[in-house]
Design a protein around this ligand. Structure first.
Ligand SMILES: Cc1cc2nc3c(=O)[nH]c(=O)nc-3n(C[C@H](O)[C@H](O)[C@H](O)COP(=O)(O)OP(=O)(O)OC[C@H]3O[C@@H](n4cnc5c(N)ncnc54)[C@H](O)[C@@H]3O)c2cc1C
Length: 356
């Protein structure tokens, strides 16, 4: 009996590891290479909102994938928890968008009308209802709000830990601190050159987040990728301080079950600069404190940064009829898009290689 095809995955963030899981379930032999630790980059930094309401404005391929991935999430988490035996903080609690000016309210209403055509539901909320259900939220100057029942959140760090556990059970090999330098497509297979040497696989997936475009792929180079830096703040707060995700303009607040409240986020084109900028952190704290005034009297216990993986568009699928598949450019929504990305890729690779 011939061995099942082997797949190399360059990048062990939520995208690479969820794809490894789905491929291993279909019988592929999978190796995941990461230049650092599995899940140590954007998938560690990301807030973990599963927020169609906050992210999707108009119909597009990405919007359709996001809607599909949100639908897959409960079963994805259930299966992961059952097969790993590990807990994952996954909360389907909805989100509220706040408007403190007529222009903000008009923008919320017009966005909601467009979203309704894509199946993203929301309903108006009166300031008096905000005051009674969200008692910590500023109501002074509040003109209106919208509630999105379908928005939720997950702890992406726990998702990656659970994914690694279920992958190990299926024999997935993890190579940490092992950067992929190049991927050469030879027609029948691919050669991966990494810190571990040169190895041959049937196919490769480039899932290296913001670094994907820097991997040398022969003979046809893959499209560019670039980082969009984001700062986030964390506060230790009593549980139920945020009983839903709370948004105002570019500011969001959300709380993990353990009380850790996250406020974000900046959007910076600063390359791979890991420096924490105290001025940006102070601006985020002011914006969070505008929405929840009691936070102005509290100092964040953590500030961190991460690199959203951007590309001109989402890169998902086979690259130029080669044995190389792309899975990057998920930008602000890679946590949300992980289930659909993994399923789509595993399906496509299985169909191409005639397995599963
Ligand atoms: C501040 C912030 C807030 C966010 N909030 C949300 C949110 O609320 N909801 C949401 O859905 N998304 C959010 N995101 C986006 C989300 O985090 C990303 O889209 C997602 O984590 C991307 O996953 P990934 O696996 O593609 O990338 P990453 O997690 O960055 O993983 C890529 C991996 O590839 C490795 N790598 C790089 N180069 C190589 C190489 N040459 N060889 C081998 N390995 C390599 C890296 O070490 C890294 O581990 C946020 C991101 C940030 C920064």
């Amino acid at each position: 009996m011939s061995a099942s095809p082997s797949i190399a995955i360059a990048g062990g963030g939520i995208i690479g590891v969820s794809t490894a899981w789905r491929l291993a379930q279909r019988g592929f032999r999978v190796a995941v290479f990461d230049q650092g630790n599995m899940g140590g980059e954007a998938s560690w930094a990301g807030a973990g909102m599963l927020a169609l309401g906050g992210e999707i404005d108009e119909p597009s391929e990405l919007a359709r994938l996001a809607v599909e991935s949100r639908r897959l999430y409960p079963a994805f988490i259930r299966e992961l928890v059952e097969t790993s035996g590990l807990a994952i903080d996954f909360q389907e609690l909805g989100a509220i968008d706040l408007a403190y000016s007529a222009a903000e309210l008009a923008a919320l209403e017009s966005r909601a009308a467009g979203q309704a055509t894509m199946g993203i539901d929301s309903k108006p909320v009166l300031p008096a209802q905000v005051a009674s259900f969200w008692p910590r939220v500023r109501t002074e100057g509040l003109l209106g709000a919208r509630f999105y029942p379908g928005d939720g959140l997950v702890n992406p760090r726990e998702v990656v830990v659970a994914l690694c556990a279920v992958c190990r059970k299926l024999g997935v090999r993890f190579l940490q601190n092992c950067a992929v330098e190049s991927v050469s497509d030879g027609g029948a297979d691919v050669q991966i050159t990494s810190a571990d040497g040169v190895a041959t696989f049937r196919a490769a997936v480039v899932a290296a987040g913001a670094w994907s475009g820097a991997i040398v792929v022969n003979p046809v180079p893959v499209p560019a990728s670039f980082p969009v830096k984001g700062h986030l703040l964390g506060y230790q707060q009593p549980s139920q301080t945020c009983n839903t995700i709370i948004r105002h303009g570019h500011t969001y607040l959300m709380q993990r079950t353990n009380g850790f409240l996250i406020a974000g986020a900046s959007v910076e084109h600063a390359g791979f600069d890991r420096h924490i900028d105290s001025q940006i952190a102070a601006q985020l704290a002011m914006a969070a404190g505008f929405v929840m005034p009691h936070l102005l009297e509290t100092t964040p216990t953590e500030t961190w940064v991460g690199f959203r993986p951007a590309s001109e568009k989402l890169r998902l699928g086979r690259w130029q009829s080669s044995n190389v598949y792309l899975a990057y450019g998920h930008y602000r929504n890679g946590i949300l898009l992980a289930p659909v990305t993994a399923e789509r890729l595993a399906e496509e690779i299985s169909a191409d290689l005639g397995i599963g």
